[in-house]
Design a protein around this ligand. Structure first.
Ligand SMILES: Nc1ncnc2c1ncn2[C@@H]1O[C@H](COP(=O)(O)OP(=O)(O)OP(=O)(O)O)[C@@H](O)[C@H]1O
Ligand SMILES: [Mg+2]
Length: 358
């Protein structure tokens, strides 16, 4: 196991190097914070790091904070060296994300014990991570296999509804309509999960297709018309341009707008209103979905783009809490940002910004 040392004190480094080698670790010695950060970010990322607080180019705490900000889920066990066991220094170090500390001059036996503890924690974290990946893959495999039978059921239901298998009494038709809606919800959940999985795995193909955002907005509104008409929601499309070329995967852009509108319709009571706006400002475009619905608490607005997040009080509505997470992944992968703003007058505005294709 690799151990990164960030320390300019040659005497301490010598002792660390000796003990580490003796214990079967591979030491990587860096004398500046910048070098240590670069080595730690490399592909073979050392899982244990020993940091001296006084580095020539930055403090040990700054190096540690930088590492914690960029760890992207990778396990790193950090041992901090301190010259004096000052209580406030130790508290600052723990608050910044230290796992263990040692007071200089330290004993070889103490270092060995701390390294053993570090190795144990890293091994546990790795095992957990592997389990997590296995579980995620299982979820995605099952989800994937659900798709085909669901489509088959949807088609059979549609054919039965059309009378291909013989005449149906009205009451049966109603039941088939309800089943069809449930199947569509399930299929949309399956598709969202699978799309999210591809984005998370970084396996999404780059688009070189130019898509007109306005056309996609119009298509989404047309497809959702039966839903908002049924709730008597007044929907308006507000544009400051008619042509907004974007370099995106058309189907993904549609998923985003569709999900935002679907939420707005779901969380707006009968007789409410929804505005879908497209505003081009120089080389950027902002799309907003503003509704007069149930609104959202300020503190919850920050969390709704997380995976499986659902606001209090929305739990009775159908859904999994994956829609907005998927929107965020798609928009961020295309160099944009998403936002949710609760409106003072009630209702919510969801928006995203994307760069316009040259
Ligand atoms: N327009 C809205 N008004 C009020 N709350 C909203 C609105 N849109 C989203 N939310 C809140 O954000 C949560 C997350 O939305 P998201 O689209 O991710 O999930 P969902 O709609 O519950 O399920 P899914 O989209 O996976 O079917 C919702 O459960 C709801 O609490
Ligand atoms: Mg949703």
């Amino acid at each position: 196991m690799k151990v990164l040392i960030a320390d300019k004190d040659t005497h301490a480094v010598k002792l660390l190097d000796m003990v580490l080698k003796e214990q079967g670790f591979k030491p990587i010695i860096c004398t500046t914070g910048d070098e240590a950060f670069r080595r730690w970010q490399s592909n073979d990322h050392p899982p244990i790091v020993i940091i001296d607080p006084a580095l020539p180019d930055m403090t040990g705490i700054d190096l540690l904070k930088k590492m914690r900000e960029h760890d992207r889920g990778r396990a790193t066990y950090v041992i901090f060296l301190t010259n004096k066991g000052l209580r406030e220094n130790i508290i600052t170090a723990f608050n910044a994300g230290v796992d263990e500390y040692m007071v200089k001059p330290f004993y070889a036996e103490e270092l060995k014990a701390r390294l053993r503890a570090g190795k144990r924690v890293i091994q546990l974290q790795r095992r957990l991570l592997e389990r997590n990946i296995m579980l995620e893959e299982l979820v995605y495999a099952v989800t994937h296999d659900m798709r085909t039978p669901l489509i088959a059921m949807e088609m059979t239901g549609k054919q039965a509804r059309e009378g291909i298998y013989g005449d149906l009494p009205e009451s049966y038709k109603k039941i088939l309509d309800t089943t069809d809606r449930s199947l569509k919800d399930l299929l949309s959940m399956v598709d969202n999960l699978l799309r999210v999985a591809r984005y998370e795995a970084g396996k999404v193909e780059r688009s070189n297709e130019k898509v007109n955002l306005v056309t996609v907005c119009e298509e989404c509104l047309a497809e959702l018309k039966p839903l908002y008409d049924k709730k008597k929601i007044a929907v308006k499309l507000l544009l400051n341009v008619r042509e907004v070329p974007l370099t995106v995967i058309r189907q993904d852009l549609k998923r985003v707008i569709f999900n935002l509108l679907d939420n707005a319709i779901k969380f707006t009571p009968n007789g409410g209103s929804i505005n879908l706006s497209v505003e081009k400002i120089q080389d950027k475009v902002i799309v907003g979905v503003q509704d007069s619905g149930r609104g959202i608490a300020r503190e919850e607005a920050k969390l709704v783009f997380d995976r499986f997040a659902r606001a209090q009080g929305a739990r009775h509505a159908p859904g999994t809490g994956l829609g907005l997470y998927m929107c965020r992944r798609i928009i961020e992968a295309h160099g944009g940002v998403v936002d949710c703003i609760p409106r003072e007058s009630g209702g919510t505005t969801f928006s995203f910004m994307l760069p316009v294709a040259p």
